[in-house]
Design a protein around this ligand. Structure first.
Ligand SMILES: [Zn+2]
Length: 439
């Protein structure tokens, strides 16, 4: 029987090969994994007793052409049907199970049961992206996004031990620490210096804020790389982290529910981790979006057999991308638009989901922003100015806002010292406070 390290290595070795697989090979592999997951879910998970019937025939055959008929699982299902979504039995070798809590931007906390196999696969995927970017596993690593539900562990930090692959000799010299994601920024910076950390796991907005704090304290710190997760990475975030820390941001698209979903290659393209999760990006009618067209992200992680999520709407919007010139054959994302996209609604019934390009931050002279619908056709743009003394061009921004959303929108501005992050270190950039309040 394989040891856990052995299995992790096997999966990692497969990942280093599968990134070059022809599309048909990946599809065959995915269908093999999905077939097992569907049969398991139908047999062992009450929630899926009938949901899969369009695809999974009574004799066990699968009609892949009907895949799109499987009803989409919503976040609300995880709250209302938590018990029915638990597997009564696990396939051999998948356990033991653990639970993870997610705060979510919508304020509904969810609990997800995950398997040891799922965690092992996520770790192997992380090791692959670390290999892509030639991280040095003998160095010191800080996870600045430690579980916010756990007690505070700062300033001392929680020791985690070596973080590289157990089968690589240099890993034994490396060491990882974790800090609760609520740790104050000056404490994180102090920890990086005190412990000689070279790598940091953080959110792109949190990293941006850390860079600003480092400038304010006038104590420069250098990092080799920042592994960014929990928000889409913006160009401003990359620029300031490169300037202040000398470190690139390496984008990780992940969630508690979907695991490690996409990672940035050395060319800067987000590649889907199709070996562990089926990612669909669909339009309003449920049809797959072509490259360049934004749609809803639907995830089916293969190895979470304890609480299977089959066609789960994670709440993000994303744009599928073109093949990457790096030669890796996996599908790509042009961009993640995030989970924080709100639908802004006009009194005439029109609803629009859109984003204002990052470049418009120069127009407002702002570091961070949040656009809120606060009335029937009223909006407030809250922004953190780059320099308190200087004003951006608010009238020009209003024109852009109206061109992006509604031509007759009323827009007002609020200059703020900060925009609070959620418990999961996310910055919500678009929010519909008016309709959320029940209007
Ligand atoms: Zn690439």
């Amino acid at each position: 029987m394989s040891t856990p390290g052995g299995l992790q290595r096997q999966f990692y070795d497969m990942l280093m090969e599968s990134q070059w697989w022809p599309a048909d090979d990946l599809r065959d592999y995915q269908r093999g994994q999905l077939g097992q997951l569907l049969r398991h879910a139908k047999k062992n998970v009450p929630f899926y007793a009938e949901r899969l019937d369009a695809v999974l025939k009574p004799n066990g055959d699968i009609d892949w052409d009907k895949w799109g008929e499987i009803p989409i699982v919503k976040r609300q299902d995880m709250v209302e049907h938590r018990e029915a979504m638990q597997a009564k039995e696990l396939p051999p070798g998948h356990g033991p199970t653990g639970t993870q809590r997610s705060s979510g931007s919508t304020g509904i906390p969810i609990v997800l049961t995950s398997t040891a196999l799922n965690r092992l696969v996520s770790n192997a995927l992380r090791l692959r992206v670390q290999t892509w970017h030639e991280l040095d596993w003998s160095r010191i690593f800080l996870n600045g996004l430690g579980d916010p539900w756990r007690p505070d562990d700062w300033p001392q930090g929680t020791p985690l031990g070596p973080w590289g692959p157990s089968w690589v000799a240099e890993s034994s010299a490396g060491f990882a620490w974790s800090l609760n994601s609520r740790t104050p920024r000056d404490v994180v910076l102090d920890f990086i210096e005190r412990r000689n950390c070279d790598y940091l796991v953080s959110g792109p907005k949190t990293s941006h804020l850390l860079a600003l704090e480092s400038l304010r304290l006038d104590k420069p710190r250098r990092l080799k790389a920042i592994l960014a997760q929990s928000n889409a990475v913006g160009e401003d975030d990359r620029r300031i982290c490169q300037t202040v820390f000398g470190a690139p941001l390496i984008e990780h698209y992940s969630s508690k529910e979907g695991g490690q979903t996409a990672h940035e290659c050395p060319n800067g393209t987000l590649h889907l981790n199709g070996e562990a999760v089926l990612v669909e990006i669909i339009d309003e009618s449920g049809a797959p979006c072509p490259a360049g067209v934004a749609g809803r992200v639907i995830l089916t992680p293969f190895f979470n057999t304890a609480q299977p999520l089959i066609r789960y709407e994670v709440g993000d919007m994303a744009i599928p991308g073109e093949p990457c010139s790096c030669g890796r054959t996996s599908h790509t994302l042009e961009r993640i638009l995030g989970r924080q996209l709100a639908i802004f609604r006009h009194p005439d019934g029109r609803g629009i989901i859109n984003i204002i390009p990052d470049s418009a931050r120069d127009l407002l002279q702002c570091q961070f922003w949040q656009m809120a619908q606060i009335g029937p056709n009223d909006y407030e743009v809250r922004y953190v100015p780059r320099d308190r003394g200087a004003h951006g061009d608010e009238p020009a921004f209003t024109e852009l806002f109206r061109a992006t959303f509604f031509a007759d929108a009323e827009v007002r501005y609020s200059r703020v010292a900060e925009i609070p992050l959620t418990a999961a270190s996310k910055l919500i950039e678009y929010i519909n406070e008016y309709h959320r309040a029940g209007n």
